[in-house]
Ligand binder design. Sequence first.
Ligand code: SF4
Ligand code: MG
Length: 327
Amino acid sequence: GHAMLRVSGLDLDFGTPRGRAHALRNVGLTVAPGDIVGVVGESGSGKSTLAYAVMGLLADNAEIVDGTILFEGRDLLAMTPEERRALRGSRMSMVFQDPMTSLNPVRSIESQMIDVQHRQSGSRQARRRRAIEMMERVGIPDPHNRIRGYPHEFSGGMRQRICIAMALLVRPALLIADEPATALDATLEVQIIHLLKDLQREIGCSIVFVSHHLGTVAELCDRVAVMYAGEVVEYGDVREIFHTPGHPYTKALLECDPGRIPTRTRVLPTIPGEVPNLLDVPSACTFRTRCPHAFDRCAVELPALRATGTTQWARCHLLERTGDLPA
Ligand code: SF4
Ligand code: MG
């Protein structure tokens, strides 16, 4: 079908005092209307950078070297900053890891929730009504009174609910959530995930959900892109990937996540070895410095993204040999 979002061949560098960090290399991602797509990886894998690139919120030292980002058929990278800003207030919105990224501490929730609807029709009263309804919908008690409050009067979990409400008041076709529940405790995390899932069903928007936790992604998402050191190493249907991971990195992530679905550990997966330095990424297969199966070819040739199932693709030379991973 028609893609809502299509990222292809995206290469992105950060200029640093020590040289160019290759934060994204040849990244592709497709999101269909109504899809929930997870982007998962360790910190430094490029998952947030990808999210910020789509939103047009990259830091000044970021440079998109190659690739395209099409959103509803429009080329985002050809747009002016004003056009991108307009899009962020209408067709796409974002929930950040830290709610205070999008909340102004010195303004009431009411004025912020009314402002976020500035591209929509209706009176101030109508917007206020929609804000209260949305607060109710995301589970904020007594919204008629609490809407007059300020961010510091809410707990972390409630603040994140307010941010989700604000992001949805934009009525986006695409919502990007960057680890929206990582800073919360496990119970709140479960609630936020279920809330996003319910709201997605009601509103029908697409969601890109960035997480370092495969268990959370499995619970929420239809599809998942697994990122490693700036590349998508595996992509496809969540259930298929959980059942039969195609890439040794995905397999390692799953093995560090023993309960699999739904684990609630706050501990990050630990895979032996370190995430490569993006100033000096290993040649050919970037995972080879940590891969238990690495062989000669892995150091000289970049593995292509290969189909390993009906709706699953992975980047590993082993797949060509055997079509499967060693047990
Ligand atoms: Fe491991 Fe080689 Fe596959 Fe890379 S290409 S994941 S090093 S086996
Ligand atoms: Mg991040």
